[in-house]
Design a protein around this ligand. Structure first.
Ligand SMILES: Cc1cc2nc3c(=O)[nH]c(=O)nc-3n(C[C@H](O)[C@H](O)[C@H](O)COP(=O)(O)OP(=O)(O)OC[C@H]3O[C@@H](n4cnc5c(N)ncnc54)[C@H](O)[C@@H]3O)c2cc1C
Length: 380
């Protein structure tokens, strides 16, 4: 099936080719080893910056490069072709850590942090989720109490991508009373005393650094407050649509890989004297997979087009992310089934993708929570 996107200009195509080449040379040959080692080299950030991957869509005054939604989509889809969601999430963790800072932070804070992250010289992470809950952000418990020219932070965070090695963390804290109005965002440098981080082991995304973070009387200057007290929820909203559309695009790219690998295997594999692909049952499975891949592609492109028109398609983004991740769960499951034992052993791309399906329907807003949000937006 075609992967063409009618919205792409020759400039988009040239960028896609540059990223594809980068992925083929710098990522694909190593990704298996990085997954097994549960890390990837820090130097990859600077290499990704050189291709223009990290600066895309950020303000030029901070070292960014203008890029419409299609550039961001192309970047995600090409990176996803390496077949490792962990690599994508870790390498691009700044795309959720920096937008609130760029939207609300003081000039001094932005200039101190953003340019070096976009150049790949520093790593940024976003720390919102807590052991007590991730979906109910408005109820978070980590406290930041003003003490003279500083804030003192107490609390803990879990599941934080790039959390162990981040040089800068955008941390959601409570500075005020209960509810969303009491939430603020604080920039915490990775070397602050009182900040403790430990790695977490996971079902998938092995090469991605995922951390539990403890803030035990961690002091930061009051100037590290991002925007004003109480603006934390507003800051986080700058992430929602972009992150969810990116996850939907990742799910689409992964589903496409599963389909390709399953077709290739079904052509090669002989059972009972015939190639698998000559069995109607297998061809129907492939068609059911292709139908979902194509439907997700159309939905992702349509929602991206709405974003490009300056619309705020909140409900549509929720539907798109949920549909894409559900489709991926189906497609990855069928792909493993078609490969049989070969789909279950380590080293097959689809084995890894199958293990990574769940995190896409949990992170960036879990499916159930996005359904609630969509229902409210649609007035149901
Ligand atoms: C690998 C990984 C990386 C992550 N990276 C980051 C990161 O970088 N930064 C960060 O801040 N967080 C990160 N997260 C956390 C992620 O955003 C949360 O896991 C997610 O928001 C869900 O929160 P929770 O796990 O606490 O589940 P909960 O909020 O406890 O929800 C548990 C289940 O109940 C459902 N549920 C919740 N409320 C309702 C309701 N009202 N009605 C019906 N069902 C409901 C949810 O949909 C979910 O299925 C990461 C998670 C993972 C697994």
């Amino acid at each position: 099936m075609s992967r063409s996107n009618p919205h792409l200009t020759p400039d988009h195509e040239a960028f896609a080719l540059a990223v594809r080449t980068f992925v083929a040379r710098e990522i694909a040959p190593h990704v298996e080893a990085w997954e097994e080692a549960e890390t990837f080299p820090r130097e990859l950030y600077a290499k990704a910056a050189d291709v223009g991957l990290l600066s895309l869509g950020f303000p030029e005054s901070l070292g960014g490069v203008p890029g419409d939604v299609w550039y961001r989509l192309v970047a995600t889809m090409e990176l996803a072709r390496a077949g490792s969601g962990g690599l994508l999430a870790g390498l691009m963790s700044h795309t959720i850590a920096l937008p609130p800072l760029c939207a609300l932070g003081s000039d001094e804070l932005q200039q101190r942090v953003v340019p070096q992250v976009l150049a790949g010289r520093a790593i940024a992470a976003l720390a919102v989720t807590e052991p007590g809950g991730g979906s109910d952000v408005a109820n978070l418990q980590t406290r930041a109490v003003r003490d003279g020219d500083e804030y003192v932070l107490h609390g803990s965070k879990v599941f934080i991508t790039s959390g162990v090695r981040a040089d800068f963390l955008t941390v959601a804290v409570r500075t005020g009373g209960p509810g969303a109005g009491g939430v603020s965002l604080m920039l915490v440098e990775g070397d602050r005393p009182g900040l403790h981080r430990t790695p977490m082991k996971k079902m998938g995304w092995w090469c991605s650094d995922t951390a539990t973070i403890f803030l035990d009387g961690c002091r930061v200057p009051a100037s590290n407050l991002i925007g004003s007290e109480g603006l934390g929820f507003l800051g986080l909203m700058h992430n929602f649509n972009g992150e969810r559309l990116g996850l939907a695009a990742t799910a689409w790219a992964f589903a496409q890989i599963c389909l390709e690998d399953a077709v290739a295997y079904a052509r090669e594999r002989q059972t009972f004297g015939k190639p698998l692909i000559q069995r109607q049952v297998i061809r129907h499975k492939l068609v059911d997979m292709a139908m979902r891949v194509e439907a997700v592609r159309a939905m992702v492109f349509d929602v991206a087009w709405q974003v490009e028109q300056g619309l705020e398609p909140v409900a549509e983004v929720c539907l798109c992310k949920n549909f894409a991740t559900e489709a991926l769960e189906f497609v990855a499951g069928e792909a493993v089934q078609i490969l049989g034992g070969a789909g279950y052993v380590r080293g097959a791309r689809i084995e890894r993708i199958f293990r990574e399906t769940k995190v896409l329907s949990i992170g960036g807003g879990a499916s159930e929570v996005l359904k609630d949000l969509a229902a409210r937006q649609l007035g149901y």
